[in-house]
Design a protein around this ligand. Structure first.
Ligand code: P1T
Length: 379
């Protein structure tokens, strides 16, 4: 079955007891056991909950994986995955990634005796040269947050396989509708379901998908042992969002392409980052690796912080807010918001300049969005 059909049906059979077409929200913390050691597959809702199971099956299906696990946030999904490592292990991460992931690696995971080397992803061979005897895992985002660089997943997967490393791909920025890293050789896919999967800016959630049974059983153990699970209601909201993922992604992309072409030519824009533009440095790779380019655009505005402030304050439809992937358009200033956790020198070294802005293009009318940007860019 095709993606759109799986998004609506997989994991979501009508309720066997009542025929309810929609998966019920099982608001229960616990389950009656028929006798000691005898139950219907559920014992306690941290360990398992039927609404969450439906979401986990749906996530696995969409990513083309065997096993899905849902979490209370993207970062708790990441934290759970990083528990696969032990003190003394080493991680290689792409240098352009969500500031919260960087903060987790630098301020939390480092305290466990685990070190991370960030490699400049503009030179892909940097990944092999960074491998040490204790390297266990490669962590990448693609497209990256916030510079929308594209990393060749298949290439990195081969490096990982040759060196017996786990490759994790954070697929948040384009969703499984446009990119499925497991099919390209990744071992684990991570999501902040807060974004496109849920799609309506109303929950915080995370996900992990893998086809590797051994990794799954460890991750399932950690999911329960650590306990960062989503509530049944949040699980249900993500499921509800997933049903329209395909049509939302198509609209996000259509609007983003339209605005990217407009912004690229605007005299007040110094530089634009959108993988769908033929001028994007990784456009060809983006075309071959993804079936679409997504709804995220980053741009550098001419002039200093005053111009940035003027632009942000004049926008009416693009709301100044963290996050992305909802139906409404958002504007983010990475230096102070999503990437505020990076020390200034690290931030500038990575190319996140003081005049960089990030747009999450929503599914409003494209002419209205263009008009909003045009109004904010007048002298
Ligand atoms: O916010 P949370 O659901 O915990 O997800 C963290 C996360 C993980 N991975 C990527 C690529 C992300 O972008 C995020 C969260 N990002 C934002 C809040 C943001 O505005 O970029």
């Amino acid at each position: 079955m095709e993606f759109e059909t799986r998004a609506i049906h997989d994991g979501q059979e009508p309720d066997s007891k009542t025929g309810a077409v929609i998966v019920p929200i099982y608001l229960t913390s616990t389950y009656q056991q028929e006798a000691i050691g005898q139950h219907k597959g559920y014992e306690y809702s941290r360990t398992g909950n039927p609404t969450r199971t439906a979401l986990e099956e749906s996530l696995a299906s969409l990513e083309g994986g065997k096993y899905g696990l849902a979490f209370a946030s993207g970062l708790s999904a990441t934290t759970t995955v990083l528990n696969l490592l032990k003190s003394g292990d080493h991680i290689i991460a792409g240098d352009d990634l969500y500031g919260g992931t960087y903060r987790l690696l630098e301020k939390v995971v480092s305290n466990w005796g685990i070190t991370t080397t960030y490699v400049d992803i503009d030179e892909i061979t940097n990944f092999s040269s960074a491998i040490q005897a204790n390297t266990k895992l490669i962590w990448i985002e693609t497209p990256t947050n916030p510079l929308l660089k594209i990393i060749d997943i298949e290439f990195i997967a081969n490096i990982a396989k040759q060196n017996n490393l786990i490759l994790v791909v954070d697929n948040t920025f384009v969703s499984p509708y446009f990119q499925r890293p497991l099919e390209l050789g990744a071992d684990i896919v991570v999501h902040s379901t807060t974004k496109y999967l849920a799609g309506h800016s109303d929950i915080i959630g995370g996900a992990v998908v893998t086809s590797n049974e051994e990794l799954y059983s460890q991750l399932k153990f950690y999911q329960n042992a650590i306990g960062a699970v989503p509530s049944p209601f949040d699980s249900w909201l993500v499921l509800r969002g997933i049903k329209t993922l395909a049509i939302r992604m198509r609209e996000h992309e259509k609007n983003a392409l339209y605005l990217a072409y407009f912004l690229e030519k605007h005299p007040k824009i110094e530089k634009i980052y959108y993988p769908g533009l033929p001028t994007h440095e990784h456009h060809q790779l983006a075309k071959s690796q993804m079936s679409g380019f997504g709804g995220m655009i980053s741009l550098e505005i001419k002039g200093g912080f005053t111009e940035v402030e003027k632009f942000a304050s004049r926008l009416k439809l693009f709301l100044l807010a963290e996050s992305l992937g909802g139906v409404e358009s958002l504007l983010c200033y990475p230096a102070k918001m999503t990437h505020g956790a990076l020390p200034e020198t690290e931030r500038l070294k990575r190319g996140i300049k003081d005049n960089l802005l990030r747009l999450s293009v929503g599914i409003e009318n494209p002419q209205d969005l263009k008009q909003d940007l045009e109004n904010a860019l007048v002298n």
